[in-house]
Design a protein around this ligand. Structure first.
Ligand SMILES: C[S@@+](CC[C@H](N)C(=O)[O-])C[C@H]1O[C@@H](n2cnc3c(N)ncnc32)[C@H](O)[C@@H]1O
Length: 396
């Protein structure tokens, strides 16, 4: 997610030769999927999965630089260590207040910055971590993470391991997933005069187009049926998060004891599907420009949709996870304890950077309100740090 998106496409349109060739190969593969589908179409989620995660030509698998100033968008850990500081305070409290193995599992670690920030801060706090396991689906990002972690001191680098997520693992410890769910493929949903339609991608000459059909795929129909949809006037377009729900169901099911900290852009359901938000939340990012068309720059731009935290809470309960807290990022930071930053002990340049980060993370017009933190716990007595002052659980 770009923090200061520029709405014009000028500059983002410059696509270089290597990108263009990669995008053409990816488009050929997508065409092939459409032609062999039997319905001359693939669901939007299948398209998004190929565009982002095709094993060779997908955006997350092959783009040279995805995150940070030189990439397409910036996440909280890419700004610097302040987000990691507060997240670590919460993680330390979970480990100190329960007898769970001091193990952290991070899903989708991006450039590896959050992993290093969290391990450094926990080390500073004297919280000994046994193991930090990263589950990363992009081989390219995994390589970037490995190179970055290898440069760190042995106290950090020796703790980190990479693993394939497999649903039969008994997980015990703390799970973190920062801006991972908003990068999972979504289905597009459209209501036309009260009738549900599913978004499909079809061919249009040399390009692609979006088409909304009343024939629904099973997974889509099941997810849609779980909602008590309001009556929408006219045409209402949005997204549903079948893949994110399936992911949480799987992870939650094999999670035995501890807490999951999920942080992402998103809303409770009644705000997500508010009648005013009739174009949904799907957004693309390329070189810090905010773009609207997912069928442009295929494989060369990020595609993201906000998270429906109410549906995560509902799924969590079905797999024995308890919602221990849900709040805005600003609320989480304030409750965790602003004073713990100890700005006075920092050099002037660091002070400036920390203040700027704090501003971005807490300002309502930036990440403070839109970005949320949710804790899901299993088989521990949950500690409320981070959620006490501004608890938004009643909004779920
Ligand atoms: C938007 S980036 C966020 C990166 C990082 N967490 C951060 O905050 O900077 C999304 C990350 O999630 C990864 N990802 C997406 N789906 C995943 C899944 N099901 N399992 C593991 N990683 C996943 C992507 O490859 C990428 O590393």
């Amino acid at each position: 997610m770009s923090l200061h998106p520029v709405r014009s496409t000028a500059g983002a349109l410059n696509i270089h030769d290597e990108e263009s060739e990669r995008s053409s190969r990816l488009q050929d593969e997508i065409r092939q999927l459409i032609r062999t589908s039997g319905i001359n179409a693939i669901s939007f989620a299948k398209f998004m999965e190929s565009a982002l995660y095709h094993p060779v030509n997908g955006y997350y698998t092959s783009a040279t630089q995805v995150l940070g100033r030189e990439g397409d968008f910036t996440t909280a850990p890419e700004l610097g260590g302040v987000f990691g500081h507060f997240l670590s305070a919460k993680i330390a409290r979970i480990f100190n207040s329960s007898l769970i193995p001091a193990r952290i599992y991070e899903f989708g670690a991006g450039s590896g910055k959050l992993c290093v920030q969290v391990l450094s801060e926990l080390y500073r706090l004297g919280c000994e971590i046994e193991d930090y396991v990263i589950f990363e689906i992009s081989p390219r990002l995994k390589q970037i993470q490995q190179q970055f972690v290898a440069k760190q001191s042995p106290e950090i680098s020796t703790k980190v391991h990479w693993s394939e997520f497999s649903a039969d693992k008994g997980m015990q410890g703390v799970v973190i997933a920062n801006e991972v769910i908003d990068a999972m493929p979504v289905e597009l949903i459209r209501f036309v005069e009260g009738r549900v339609h599913q978004g499909y991608v079809t061919e249009l000459g040399d390009t692609f187009q979006l088409e909304f059909r009343t024939n629904l795929e099973e997974e889509f129909e099941q997810t849609s049926n779980q909602f008590d949809w309001p009556t929408f006037e006219g045409i209402y377009t949005s997204e549903i998060h079948c893949r994110a729900e399936a992911w949480l169901e799987k992870v939650g099911d094999c999670f035995e004891v501890g807490s999951m900290l999920i942080s992402d852009y998103g809303f409770p359901q009644h705000e997500y599907y508010h009648s005013d938000r009739n174009q949904g939340t799907l957004m693309c990012h390329r070189r810090h420009h905010s773009l609207q068309d997912p069928l442009e720059f295929i494989g060369c731009q990020d595609i993201t949709a906000h998270v429906n935290f109410s549906s995560l809470a509902r799924i969590a309960e079905t797999v024995g996870l308890e919602v221990n807290g849900f709040t805005t990022l600003a609320g989480f930071i304030v409750d965790t304890g602003l004073e713990s930053l100890d700005l006075a002990s920092l050099q002037a340049s660091e002070q400036m950077s920390f203040t700027q980060q704090l501003n971005t993370l807490t300002s309502p017009s930036e990440m403070g309100e839109l970005f949320k933190v949710m804790e899901l716990s299993k088989n521990i007595k949950p500690d409320r740090l981070g959620f006490e002052t501004f608890d938004h659980m009643h909004r779920l």
